[in-house]
Design a protein around this ligand. Sequence first.
Ligand code: SME
Length: 150
Amino acid sequence: MNLSQLKKSVTGIIENNTSISYKLQSICDLLKQEIEYYDWVGFYFKNGDKQELKLAEFSGEPTEHVIIPFGKGICGQVAVSNKNFIVQDVTSQDNYISCGWKVKSEIVIPIFVNGENIGQIDIDSHTVNPFTSDDENLLEFVCKNVAKIL
Ligand code: SME
């Protein structure tokens, strides 16, 4: 992965004079297209005052998991732990919501606005054990920059 080039592209999207929704969609599309082992890229955000996440923009196959209660699955656990969650092999997880048999691994990074965990970026991969510190580095950069426009 060309980390610095990808960060530049993300910065370009964030600084463009477009809507928040267009920026989030563009980031999903960019990451899915540029990183071959990213097969689904999406943003989930806290759904108002409810203790649940709601799917926002995504790139990849539509999922039935549009609403995820806090604590459920990898995404729901990140909503309460406030920590990155890297699953190199989804068969190792009991508290996991499957989005299809093809998905082998997943990474979820929380988004903080004024110290509050307001959502996350979620990546599904069809490859086992694909993620390195570069993925965390890139996705934390994405989340920090997305936080600036929310
Ligand atoms: N696998 C996730 C559910 C969301 S999908 O990956 C799009 C989870 O366990 O929370």
